[in-house]
Design a protein around this ligand. Sequence first.
Ligand code: GDP
Ligand code: MG
Length: 164
Amino acid sequence: GKPVVAVIGRPNVGKSTLFNVIAGDSISIVKDTPGVTRDRIYADCNWLDMNFTLIDTGGIEPESTDIILSQMRQQAQIAIDNADVIIFMTDVRQGLVDADLKVADMLRRSGKTVVLAVNKVDSIQKFGNDVYEFYNMGIGDPMPISAASRLGIGDLLDAVCSHF
Ligand code: GDP
Ligand code: MG
């Protein structure tokens, strides 16, 4: 079948914004059992001559750090189990935080293909240098993007599709 690409990361890093930019109108929602996992949103996407299924994880906004951590582990596990390529998204404005490192550990141990996107780089002049710290996670080269301003999306999709 078509390759599956999942977007994972902490709440508020911009996963759904990226998903909507890539997916446009072709969105379908699959509800999970309440309280077990979150709703996942799927879309059939094209980039150049490539077709793939994109999954937006997340949807519930957790209140406590404990819940954020456990939900991120769950997301990462769902992505590891179901996706061929994982877009791991971080936020340049919040910088590298402990929760990012925990997910990076899981992803590294899984051996899955990961593309690391550093979002909210709305200006390379302003935020470009802050991207470098994400190399410290040891899961590959961080790719600066701005989902809101649609910057770096083509390069990101090239990187994702190079793994199909
Ligand atoms: P999610 O929780 O990871 O799905 O994040 P959302 O896509 O819901 O975005 C969270 C917030 O970040 C929203 O207020 C978005 O408008 C904002 N956001 C998303 N992408 C960008 C970006 O590239 N730059 C900036 N400055 N804000 C962004
Ligand atoms: Mg979201």
